[in-house]
Design a protein. Structure first.
Lengths: 116, 115
């Protein structure tokens, strides 16, 4: 079974530029997550989708970050314009349809963003 | 709200020695507990989890962890480490209620195994 796919793996941009990351979850997984992992910190949830609807985006900086999952499968996370403090690894994860309180999250390899 | 504390940012250890990585949490509700491992330039991989039942849980690669409710701890142990265990380890919690899967991570512990 293929895992969570992310692209690109690395991205370097200048501040104030725009950038987009793509994620393809494990086939059949209804829930998709985007995390931000700043160097020296644990991952922090940015947004959670259930199919194509947003479940939680309380920690997403909506003035510059946006995310979509239009067809309930793959997802795109965008930053516009980027700031120096956005330098981080952006992790995508997916989990199967929620049937109990807990469903294991499976993580992709991440996209490492460097903002200069 | 939940929080996770991993007091040791780095733990150096010699190969074949035992190791313990500490994790303490704070939560107003009951939680599920997890340990994830992250190898360089890779995503997170689940090592083990505590959902219910026996407080001693065994995971992959010879790791185990013990849930201690009174001390709100979930320390990770391995009796004999290998060079390939060099990685970053994250402790995480997920509350029982209030919206399904919501992982809160600690800041991580870098385990460095030396020859």
């Amino acid at each position: 079974e293929a895992g969570v796919a992310q692209s690109p793996r690395y991205k370097i941009i200048e501040k104030r530029q725009s950038v987009a990351f793509w994620c393809n979850p494990i086939s059949g997984h209804a829930t998709l997550y985007w995390y931000q992992q700043i160097l020296g910190q644990g991952p922090k949830l940015l947004i959670q989708f259930q199919n194509n609807g947003v479940v939680d985006d309380s920690q997403l900086p909506k003035d510059r970050f946006s995310a979509e999952r239009l067809k309930g499968v793959d997802s795109t996370l965008k930053i516009q314009p980027a700031k120096l403090e956005d330098s981080a690894v952006y992790l995508c994860a997916s989990s199967p349809t929620r049937q109990r309180h807990y469903n294991e999250q499976f993580f992709g390899p991440g996209t490492r963003l460097t903002v200069l | 709200a939940q929080s996770v504390t991993q007091l040791d940012s780095q733990v150096p250890v010699f190969e074949e020695a035992p190791v313990e990585l500490r994790c303490n949490y704070s939560s107003s509700v009951s939680v599920y507990l997890f340990w994830y491992v992250q190898y360089p330039n890779q995503g997170l991989q689940l090592l083990l989890k505590y959902l219910s039942g026996s407080t001693l849980v065994k995971g992959i690669n010879g790791f185990e962890a013990e849930f201690n409710k009174s001390q709100t701890s979930f320390h990770l142990r391995k009796p004999s480490v290998h060079i390939s265990d060099t990685a970053e380890y994250f402790c995480a919690v997920n509350p029982f209620t209030g919206g399904g899967n919501k992982l809160t991570f600690g800041t991580g512990t870098q385990l460095k195994v030396e020859l």
